[in-house]
Design a protein around this ligand. Structure first.
Ligand code: XMP
Length: 319
C-alpha cells in the first residue's frame, strides 16, 4: 500500500541519481510496461531519454499513430518511429512454422533496434519495462521452462552486445501498481488498461505464412471486434480478445453474386493468470453484430466464427 505522488517523486529522484547526465534509450512497444517506463523516465530526465518504436507491420489498427500521439505529441517524449514493415515482411515470406516466425520477428527486432542504438552513440543506458513478475519468472527459470510451450519474446531480451547498462525502474512493481503509476503519469486510461498483446503481434494471429494483405484484413476485423466489445461494456470483462486470420477460403453470397473469401475467427477469454482460460460467453447479439460488421465492412472476409475452446487443451493464441 503506497501513496502514488510520493512514489513518483521517489522513483524520479532515484532515476536522476542513477543516470546522472547520461543518455538513455528505450524500446517502446505500445504495451503497458514499456509505456509506463517511458513516461516515468521522461518525467525524471526529459530530453536525455530517446525511445525507439519499431513498426514491424504486425501491429493493430492505428497503433503506431496512437503511440506517436501519446508520447511524441502529448508528452513531448523523443520517439524515433521506425517503419520496418518491408524488412519484417521480407524475412517472413514463405515461412509458415509458428516458432520459426517468432524467431524471425524477434531477430529482426533486435537488428532494427541495434541499428538505431548505433545512431545514438551517447547512450549509456538501455531502459526496459521489466516488472516484478518478470524478475521472479527469470529467477525461477527452470520451473518456468518446463511449462513453456511457446517461446515468448518481448521488447526486452536485447543482447548484451549493446554494451549498455540496464535501467529497470518498474522492477519492484506488480501489474496493477504499474497501471496506477501510468495513470498518475498522465497516460490514457485505454492504453494503461489495454489487453496484453504478444511481442510477435499479428504474426502469430495470421495462421501460416504472413502476408501484408492478410495483416491489412486482420487489423480491420480486429478493430471492429474491439470497438464493439468496448461499446457493449465487455472489453473490461474479458482478459484478452482478438481476431485470428484463417488463410482458408469459403463460399458465400453477397447481393446476386457468389463470394469466395477468407475466414476470421474471434477469440475472447477470461483468465486470472493466462495459464488456464475459459472462453468468454459473449452475448449472441454482440457476436452477431461483430460478424455483420466484419463481413459488410471488410471486403475479403465473408465468414466469421467464434472460438469456444478452453485452455487447456487449446492455447489462447492460435499459434
Ligand atoms: P498462449 O497462447 O500460450 O498465450 O495460451 C498465453 C499468453 O501469452 C501471450 N503470448 C505471447 N506473448 N510473445 C509474447 O510476448 C509470444 O510469442 C507469445 N505467445 C503467446 C498470449 O497473448 C497470452 O496473453
Amino acid at each position: 500500500d503506497w501513496n502514488m505522488p510520493d512514489y513518483v517523486a521517489e522513483a524520479v529522484a532515484a532515476i536522476r541519481e542513477q543516470v546522472g547526465d547520461e543518455e538513455v534509450i528505450l524500446g517502446l512497444s505500445g504495451g503497458v510496461d514499456s509505456s509506463v517506463a517511458a513516461a516515468l523516465i521522461h518525467r525524471a530526465i526529459g530530453e536525455q531519454l530517446t525511445c525507439v518504436f519499431v513498426d514491424n507491420g504486425l501491429l493493430r489498427l492505428n497503433e503506431a499513430e496512437q503511440v506517436m500521439q501519446t508520447f511524441a505529441r502529448n508528452l513531448g517524449v523523443k520517439v524515433i518511429h521506425v517503419d520496418a514493415t518491408d524488412q519484417f515482411m521480407g524475412h517472413l515470406a514463405g515461412v509458415s512454422d509458428p516458432e520459426q516466425k517468432r524467431k524471425i520477428i524477434g531477430r529482426e527486432f533486435v537488428e532494427v533496434f541495434q541499428d538505431q542504438a548505433a545512431k545514438l552513440p551517447k547512450a549509456r543506458w538501455l531502459a526496459q519495462g521489466t516488472i516484478y513478475p518478470d524478475v521472479i519468472e527469470s529467477a525461477g527459470g527452470k520451473t518456468k521452462k518446463a511449462h513453456t510451450i511457446k517461446s515468448h519474446h518481448n521488447v526486452g531480451g536485447l543482447p548484451d552486445t549493446l554494451n549498455l547498462k540496464l535501467l529497470e525502474p518498474l522492477r519492484e512493481l506488480f501489474k496493477d501498481e504499474v497501471r496506477e503509476l501510468g495513470i498518475a503519469l498522465g497516460l490514457p486510461h485505454d492504453m494503461v488498461y489495454r489487453h496484453p498483446f504478444p511481442g510477435p503481434g499479428l504474426g502469430v494471429r495470421i495462421l501460416g505464412e504472413v502476408k501484408h494483405e492478410y495483416a491489412e484484413l486482420l487489423r480491420r476485423a480486429d478493430a471492429i471486434f474491439i470497438d464493439e466489445l468496448r461499446a457493449a461494456d465487455w472489453y473490461d470483462k474479458t482478459s484478452q480478445a482478438f481476431a485470428v486470420f484463417l488463410p482458408v477460403k469459403s463460399v458465400g453470397v453477397m447481393g446476386d453474386g457468389r463470394t469466395y473469401e477468407y475466414v476470421v475467427a474471434l477469440r475472447a477469454v477470461q483468465t486470472q493468470d493466462f495459464m488456464t482460460a475459459h472462453w468468454a460467453e459473449l452475448p449472441h447479439a454482440l457476436l452477431g453484430k461483430v460478424s455483420n460488421r466484419i463481413i459488410n465492412e471488410v471486403r475479403g472476409i465473408n465468414r466469421v466464427v467464434y472460438d469456444i475452446s478452453g485452455k487447456p487443451p487449446a492455447t489462447i493464441e492460435w499459434e
